[in-house]
Structure formats: structure tokens, C-alpha cells
Write a protein that binds this ligand. Structure first.
Ligand SMILES: CCCCCc1ccc(-c2ccc(S(=O)(=O)CCO)cc2)cc1[C@H]1C[C@H]1c1ccccn1
Length: 240
């Protein structure tokens, strides 16, 4: 995989995205605005426009009990589960499997009235990161998705407007070993999640429509996805 043409970009993007994900949302003065909250899940956005297009960066933080960071990243990264949890997905193509941890996707998302339908072409990479503090612990796992150009999937060639996205799912497993020294069970683990996303909608869409869509879709997505992983893993051995 290190020889692949995308490798340098993947390496740089992962480092940059993980560094940004680790930054707290700080005092809300730093521009992050809390726009959705549900139990442990908090969603922030920054209102940003690029030549008249809403590209509000989104940062969500969440803590989920009973699953590991590896398990969350595995179900987020692996194509075979995506239709189960990604409700806005109309069609997904695995364009290229660069390696077991790097895949290129083409996805068509369901049309959201009154905007035109969108599609995305992006590479997706999953990796374990050394947790600066404790090296031998379960550590940090991340999946980074970033739009890329593919000659065989030219932008805006068909009915869909091409979106440009950069997404980072950063997961830290927290283990609370049982007092009695017994084996670690799912009651003793939780996962701290940071999900960052910037989606440039490509062609024009009304700012009000986009912000309403993001406000509805992002909380729904993170809640549905985490519930899906809990359900998929509850009767399986823990994978760190
Ligand atoms: C008029 C709407 C224009 C933008 C439509 C659009 C396209 C792609 C995406 C998107 C594409 C990928 C990812 S992911 O995290 O990499 C997972 C893999 O699927 C995430 C979100 C989002 C949206 C915006 C609906 C909004 C929305 C928000 C969360 C989920 C679905 N839809």
C-alpha cells in the first residue's frame, strides 16, 4: 500500500485530520456552535461558506458503552455493512481495493428535495494510531474518508452533483477493569468518539436547505450508526 499513488495524500490527510479531531471544541468562542445534543452525543458546527456555498464543518463527540474503537471503525469502514446503517445511501460501488485497510468508493446519495441528487468519490483508510499516553493499551482507531478524482467517474457527468468531503471518525477505547480481577466484559468498556466532517455540496443548494438537512441528517446518522454497532457486537467476543 505504501507504493500506491494515493499513499502520500492518505498519510498527510490522516495525520492532519487526527490532529484536528483531537482538538477540543474549546470555549464556544472558537466558533464552534452546539447545534444538537442527545445524552452523551454533542454536535457542533461552524458556519462557513466557500464562494457562496455552505460548507459548515461539523464536529460530533459521543461516548458509547459496550463497544471498542476498533469495532466502531470496522463497521464504519467495511462496505458490506454500509447499507444497513447509511440511510441516505442510494448506491455504493467499491471502485478499488488498494489494500485491506484502504478502499476507494463511489456513492450516490438519495436526492434531498429541493436540491439535486449528490454523489461522492472518495478514498477510505482505517488505521490504528499509537496512543501517546499508554502504548500497550487498546489505543486509538481512526477511519478517514476524503474525496478524490477518478477518470472513470467524472464529476457532474450524469444526473448527480459531485460533493467534496473530508471525514474523520476517531475512536478511543476506555477499559474499566472489574474490581474482582475477573475478565473484562462489555460492561467494562466504552468508546469515546469524535466524528469530524466537511461536506462541500458541489453545485449550488440554498443555505437554508443545506443547514436544515445537516441539522436533521447528522444526529440521525450518528445515533443510528452507533446503535447498529452495539446491536451487531452485543453477542460477539470483544475485539480491541
Ligand atoms: C443537498 C444536500 C447536499 C449534500 C448531501 C450529502 C452528501 C453526502 C454526505 C455524506 C457522505 C459520506 C459520509 S461518511 O461519513 O463518509 C459515511 C459514508 O457514507 C457522510 C455524509 C452527506 C450529505 C448531507 C445530506 C447530509 C448527510 C449527513 C449525514 C449523513 C448523510 N447525509
Amino acid at each position: 500500500a505504501c507504493s500506491h499513488r494515493l499513499w502520500p495524500e492518505i498519510e498527510n490527510t490522516v495525520m492532519e485530520q487526527v490532529a484536528m479531531a483531537k482538538l477540543g471544541v474549546g470555549e464556544c468562542g472558537a466558533g464552534w456552535q452546539l447545534f444538537a445534543e442527545d445524552g452523551e452525543m454533542k454536535m457542533y458546527r461552524r458556519e462557513e461558506e466557500m464562494n457562496g456555498l455552505v460548507v459548515d464543518p461539523l464536529k460530533a463527540v459521543h461516548v458509547v458503552k459496550g463497544i471498542t474503537g476498533y469495532e466502531l471503525c470496522h463497521y464504519f469502514f467495511s462496505p458490506q455493512y454500509r447499507y444497513d446503517w447509511e440511510t441516505t445511501l442510494e448506491h455504493m460501488v467499491v471502485v478499488e481495493t488498494i489494500s485491506e485497510d484502504t478502499i476507494v468508493f463511489q456513492q450516490t446519495h438519495k436526492r434531498i428535495w429541493p436540491a439535486s441528487q449528490r454523489d461522492a468519490v472518495f478514498w477510505s483508510h482505517m488505521r490504528k494510531l499509537s496512543d501517546d499516553q499508554d502504548t500497550e493499551g487498546p489505543g486509538l482507531w481512526a477511519v478517514v474518508n476524503k474525496s478524490t478524482e477518478l477518470p472513470n467517474y467524472p464529476a457532474n457527468a450524469g444526473k448527480c452533483v459531485r460533493v467534496y468531503l473530508t471525514v474523520c471518525l476517531l475512536c478511543q477505547t476506555l477499559v474499566n477493569p472489574p474490581k474482582n480481577g475477573g475478565p473484562v466484559t462489555r460492561e467494562d468498556i466504552s468508546c469515546k468518539i469524535t466524528y469530524c466532517s466537511v461536506v462541500n455540496p458541489g453545485g449550488w443548494a440554498p443555505a437554508s436547505v443545506l443547514r436544515a438537512v445537516y441539522k436533521r441528517e447528522y444526529p440521525k446518522f450518528l445515533k443510528r450508526f452507533t446503535a447498529y454497532v452495539i446491536n451487531q457486537t452485543k453477542d460477539k467476543p470483544i475485539t480491541f
